[in-house]
Design a protein around this ligand. Sequence first.
Ligand code: CP
Ligand code: NVA
Length: 303
Amino acid sequence: MQHYLQFKDFSADEYAYLFARAALIKKKFKAYEKHHTLVDRTLAMIFEKASTRTRVSFEAGMYQLGGSVVHLTTGDSQLGRAEPIEDSAKVISRMTDLVMIRTYEQTKIERFAANSRVPVINGLTNEFHPCQVLADIFTYIEHRGSIAGKTVAWVGDGNNMANTWLQAADLLGFTVHVSTPSGYEVKQSVAGLRSANSYRVFDDPLQACQGAHLVTTDVWTSMGYEAENEARRAAFASWCVNRAMMAAAAPDALFMHCLPAHRGEEVEAEVIDGPQSVVWDEAENRMHAQKALMEYLLLGRQS
Ligand code: CP
Ligand code: NVA
């Protein structure tokens, strides 16, 4: 049994399979062709933080595969009344086939997985957001082909998305140019990297974007860090992806943002709503990529 708790849980070969499978699943979806590979399987979705895309993509995706879903939040389950995560894992995984969790510390999802009888998927933790980067790289491939050897510019917070991009670069052979304000840097130990060879740090976000094939960013304040909002607004003021940064990137560079976005903060409206932005494909591709992921975790490779 495999879990998907971090990007590095899969090999480059498994990603090649998943990207090809997601493309097939997407093609069938667009043609209104049934793809019922998970009939009678149930996905439990546990949300300890808010969500739009993750909820809709997993829920719609599971129904489209012929399965069903159970939706739990902290507020409407015993998770909010201090039932130990280990006990919750034992119970939930006896009644369902697959579990997706969005929570705070990575250690919490690891404890759940250690006590689960079924595969567990990380739907975002403070440290990682592997399903998002899975969809983002699938989107890059759709638009530009292989990401190997390319440069991705990360502008903004050294957060869960940044850590996940770094793991992906380490595994899939591309480079990340990281620019964060001082005090919000990525840490190799938190990112869980084998080496520092796949990323370079830049003080100036414009420099980080120079020649990049993909420019990407995220909110200045992630969920769970709201108390730092005011300090972050001041610290991040120069880390807004703007037209000058996109002009410094490669001429055919793409712009991505996992969403939700705040126009005028981490990105200018002209960039996110401009011709280089693929944010809507990125959001849609969450569903196609996660359908391939759920199928793979439950059935293995399909021919
Ligand atoms: N990108 C993403 O995970 O969005 P939600 O928070 O809406 O799920
Ligand atoms: N870094 C953001 C991503 C939201 C999808 C957060 O954790 O809130």
